[in-house]
Design a protein. Sequence first.
Length: 139
Amino acid sequence: MTGSLYVDRIYFCRTLEDELRAVKVSNETAIPAGTYKVVLENSPKFGPDTITLLDVPGFTYVRIHSVRNDDDTSGCIGVGDQVNEALGTISGGLARGVQAGLQQRVKLALDHGDPVMIEILNARGARFVDSGELATFNA
């Protein structure tokens, strides 16, 4: 599932996540719509200053990082600057510095003492892949 990430209401990059599901399947389910606090953590897998979402219901260690496709997301948000919807791929997270640029923006805000939050929105008409029901639209 693809989307767009905005920083202070200005477009920043493209995103890739797992599918929306009414019932969570480990490593195969998109983050539920909501607003979450963002921190930087030292991740054993992704290194220092890994962007991490806190208190996501039913999830732990939700990160924002570079991925190639939704097999790499495992419930996290992948970032990049180019998406191929037909292939379900995203690129540019590492190669073109999208992930590093986002980490820098988060780090600057946190260093200034500003809280950093992310709001996950479902697209209008989005449906859960497992039930076919409409997901809550919030805009």
